[in-house]
Design a protein around this ligand. Sequence first.
Ligand SMILES: Cc1cc2nc3c(=O)[nH]c(=O)nc-3n(C[C@H](O)[C@H](O)[C@H](O)COP(=O)(O)O)c2cc1C
Length: 396
Amino acid sequence: MDAAALRRRFYSIRALREAARARLPRMVFDMVDGAAGDEITMRRNEAALAEIEFVPKLLSGAARRDQTVELLGVKLPSPIIVGPTGLAGLLWPHAEIATARAAARFGTIYTTSHASTSTIEEIGAASSGPKWMQVFLFKDRGVTAEFAERAKAAGYRGLVLTVDNQVTAGRDRDLKNNMAFPLRLTARNALDLLSRPGWLWRMRRTPLPTAVNYGERMKIGAFGALMAEQLDPAVCWRDVEWLRGIWEGPLVIKGLLHPDEAVGAQQRGADAIVVSNHGGRQLDGAIASIAALPAVVEAVGDKLPVLIDGGFRRGIDVLKALALGARAVLLGRPHLWGVACAGEDGAYWALDLFRREIDRAMALGGWDTLQALDRHVLSLPPLPFSADCRAKGRRD
Ligand SMILES: Cc1cc2nc3c(=O)[nH]c(=O)nc-3n(C[C@H](O)[C@H](O)[C@H](O)COP(=O)(O)O)c2cc1C
C-alpha cells in the first residue's frame, strides 16, 4: 500500500486502532487493547499525557527540523523504538518479522519479545536493523541465560530485562473472552473468529501461532501455564547483577517507576532504563508512566538514558516526554495496530505517522532540534509532575 493510500485510510494512530478493531476477532483485538483490572493505569497513561501543555515560541525560525537522536550507539531517525510485544503473530502472519523489517526500513531499533511467534533466530535473520531482545528472570535462570546466548548468537545488540512481570496479569477482557494461548476453540470463540473472514483468510496458511522460543517447553501445557510456572516474584537486585555478569552488551531495564529503583538499576550497571507500567497491563493503579518520569530523570537522568513507554499515540506525546528528560519512547500497541491493518507497510506507517507528527509539532512549536525541548516549553499540572511529589522510600 502506498503512503497516500495509508494516509487516507489510517490518518492517525487512533484511526489505525479502529481499523484493527474492525479487522481482528474480538478476542485478539481485546488481547492487545486491554489491560489489567479496571484498566485505570492504561487510561491514566493517555490522560496524564493530555494534561501537559506546550508553551510554544513561534518566531524562533525552525525552518529545518532535526529529530534524530543517539541511543546506545545507534542513531535513530526519530526518538521512537519498537517495544517488545508478545504473541503478535495472532494479528498478521509472521507479524514480528514484518514489524522487524519495518523498523529496519525506518532505521530504528526492534525489540523481540520473549513470547514472539517467530524465533529469536528467524527475526534476527529476517532484518538487518538494530535489534534488542527482551527477557524475564525466570525461576529457571538457565532459560534466561539460554535466551541471552541465543540473542547474542543471532546478532542482537541489546538485552531488555522486563521487571514488572513477577506473576501473570489479571486481564478482565481476556478472562471474559476465554482468551488462551495457543487459541482454544470453543463455540463462542469460533463464532468470533468466523466473524472476521478477512483475518481468517490471511491466516489460513500460517501454522497456529505459538511462543516458539520455548520449543519443547511449551509442550508441558499452554503458554499461561508455562509462565505461571516460570515467572518469579522473588526476583531481586542480586538477579539483575547476575544477568549483568553474563551479558556484555547494552542492558536495558524495563518496567521501573520509582526513582530509587532507577538509581538501583544505574548502580548495577544498566545502560538504560525504561519508565514503564507495561501499558497498564500488570499492576492496575500504578502511576502513569509520564507522571513517574520527572522524578526518575531527576534521580538518574544525567547518568544514563531514560526511556519511557505507555499511552504514546501522537507525535506531541513523544515531544512532551522528551521535554521532561526522556531520550526516546518505546511504542507498544501502535505498531501492533499498524501490522494488524497492513502487515509490514502498516507497521512502517505507524512509525512514520509519529515521525511526521513530530516534525509538524516541532515546526509549530519553534523547536529545530530535540535539544531545544526542556521543561520550559511545557506548562505542567501541579501534581504529580512537580519534583516535590517524588515518592519517598527505602533506597533498596
Ligand atoms: C499485546 C501486548 C503484548 C506485550 N508483550 C510484552 C512482552 O512480551 N514483554 C514486555 O516486556 N512487554 C510487553 N508488552 C508491553 C509493551 O512492551 C509496552 O510496555 C506497552 O505496550 C507500552 O504501552 P502502549 O501499548 O500504551 O504503547 C506488551 C504489550 C502488548 C499490548
